[in-house]
Write a protein that binds this ligand. Structure first.
Ligand code: NAP
Length: 262
């Protein structure tokens, strides 16, 4: 199916690796021009080069910077002629015990996983509405629906974003102008972030990496981890011209891991 996105511009944040990169790849495959960001310039430039090689007809601009900062966001926005599609993403906060976190740790989590996406939504959606097309996809986490104790910083910051999105996505001046805002909630996807989590579990339990990964995999009904490629394809579907009636939703991609009916 043609997703009707050829020639659009997307800002895909935190996209040199993992899920963000998967989204960038899928959108480029649909003929979408891209601005991609990450803090590390070397990997970002390599990703941009790979995207250009695979999609010679799309323009790919790489902007190094921290999306959690005003400067990082300003540079990303300045590189994008117009933002038709916004994919909000940033690294997740570290795990730990809430007794050890102070104001500084909380503010860092809120900056990266709540306030940065809100600022980028604020900077882009009214112009999308004026043009009559806009798609915002926020990469959050399955932990919004099923909180993970040690990821308290993530549970808290992402729930704040989720509450904000639930309201703003339903503004008639956005939804009524073909601007949709949805959240994609990853379960376990085979990325660097997931593998770092295994390393922590190995250190705690003394088991091998393979044993930890096998246990985690066996607990997922799909019996496997998700891939960044399939995550990106779902993101592209949410951004499609056909998805204009789908807004304000939290879409869980977890191979069936969440055990609830709703
Ligand atoms: P990943 O493989 O570690 O990739 C993270 C990407 O984001 C890299 O390109 C990284 O590049 C970039 N990045 C991180 N912080 C940034 C910042 N402040 N500004 C700009 N770029 C930044 O992680 P992932 O697995 O794709 O995860 C993406 C998001 O989904 C995270 O928030 C994660 O917590 C969440 N999530 C992932 C899973 C999973 O199973 N993978 C599950 C639930 C939730 P630089 O380091 O060079 O900046």
């Amino acid at each position: 199916m043609d997703l009707g996105l050829k020639g659009r511009w997307a800002l895909v944040c935190a996209a040199s690796k993992g899920l963000g990169r998967g989204c960038a790849e899928a959108l480029a495959g649909e003929g979408v021009n891209l601005v991609i960001t990450a803090r590390g310039d070397e990997v970002l430039q390599a990703t941009a080069a790979a995207l250009r090689a695979a999609n010679p007809h799309v323009e790919v601009r790489a902007v190094a910077g921290d999306i959690a900062t005003p400067e990082g966001r300003a540079a990303a926005l300045a590189a994008c002629p117009q933002v038709d599609i916004l994919v909000n993403n940033a690294g997740g906060p570290p795990p730990g015990d809430f007794r050890d976190w102070g104001r500084e740790q909380w503010l860092a989590a809120l900056e990266a996983n709540m306030l940065a996406p809100i600022e980028l939504i604020k900077a882009t959606v009214d112009a999308m509405a004026a043009r009559g097309f806009g798609r915002v996809v926020n990469i959050t986490s399955g932990s919004v629906k099923a909180p993970i104790d040690v990821l308290g910083l993530s549970n808290g910051a992402r729930s704040g974003l989720t509450g904000f999105v639930a309201g703003v996505a339903r503004q008639p001046r956005l939804a009524g102008r073909n601007v949709t805002i949805n959240n994609l909630l990853p379960g376990a996807f085979d990325t660097e972030r997931l593998r770092k989590g295994w390393a922590a579990a190995v250190a705690r339990s003394g088991e091998s990496v393979e044993a930890v990964a096998d246990k985690r995999r066996a607990a997922i009904p799909a019996q496997r981890f998700g891939t960044a490629e399939e995550f990106g394809q779902i993101c592209a579907m949410l951004c499609s011209a056909q998805a204009g009636y789908l807004t304000g939703q939290n879409i869980l991609l977890d191979g069936g891991a969440y055990p609830g009916t709703f």
